[in-house]
Write a protein that binds this ligand. Sequence first.
Ligand code: PLP
Length: 393
Amino acid sequence: MKLAKRLQSLTPSSTLAITAKANELKAKGIQVIGLGAGEPDFNTPKHIIDAAYEAMLSGKTKYTPSGGLVELKEAIIDKFKKDQNLSYDLSEIIVTSGAKHALYTLFQVLLNEGDEVIIPIPYWVSYPEQVKLAGGVPVYIETTEKDEFKITPEQLLKKITPKTKAIVLNSPNNPTGVIYRKEELEEIGKICIEHDLIIVSDEIYEKLVYGDEQHISIASLGEAFQKQTIIINGVSKSHSMTGWRIGYAAGNQQIIKQMTALASHSTSNPTTPSQYAAIAAYKGSQQPVEEMRLEFEKRLNLAMEKLIEIPGFSIIKPHGAFYLFPNVKEAAERCGFESVDDFAKSLLDKAQVAVIPGSGFGSPDHIRLSYATSPELIEEAIERIGKFVHDHW
Ligand code: PLP
């Protein structure tokens, strides 16, 4: 059967293959420890669940406006004001079915065939695929641990062509956990303003920041920066609400209007009870958010301490999100593997630890480990990895 050409170059999510294998082993009763999770392991705070339940009981089970409930948009606007001192109008916000769908819709609205979008490597797996699906061309900027996985103004300038439409910034970053500082954002932002590049600022991990670091939105650096930026965010990671599917985009009115028009023909609206849950998430106590952050920070420190002891692993300490992204090239080579992908496959087979190979994020020398699991399992998993390396060295 002849299927659409549009999907022929689509790469399925790289995380799925290893997760499928891990599940297969688990089904056979093998004690696999999964460090692949891209979501918090806590349940959604109870007051949020209660709000959704009460909304449903009171009949809030029908369609809403395509761009989301006004009450939720107002809660999002209040949050921007409180957290970043950013002002938005209702017409500058769209609520979507998760942050992923906000990004998907945005690229559909922004890109014409052949338009280029700059994406730093390592990248979250969906950016290049979503750009390609919209007819765009991903243009990569390679970063490594030497420059803390951050792009430099020089690198950016070299990649800009007359076809460049946008750049994706993701801070705190998945998979590296790296956070851009104010001066770095200022330098990048100024170039984008000068060349009229739209800054797609994915801030989904904004609440998961550790140590002395601080999340700064590039849009908050001044009016010109805000005008140039579309912020992508949501409640998935901050409030442990991945399954509720509520995200949003904030920025240029014309772009938001078109995104809303597209949503009206694709999703109709984000799930109604979930929108009421998100209102409670933003209007209610933020104490659970802080408690989860503190727990993640403890786990990060525990995992770092153990991980740096493994020979052939090198890692810079992340300051955000819930991932570790060690370079394991040396360990893989010394253990006789041809690639880090093979190393990760064998780790699952022989040590029953599931990690995500960095190749899916454009960084084939790394693996991504998520610490969104219990401290006991983190410790046990890293011990198993250490033993595996030791036995094969
Ligand atoms: N952006 C990044 C960097 C992510 O890691 C994720 C989820 O893994 C998303 C966006 C999507 O979030 P959501 O679950 O709200 O669609």
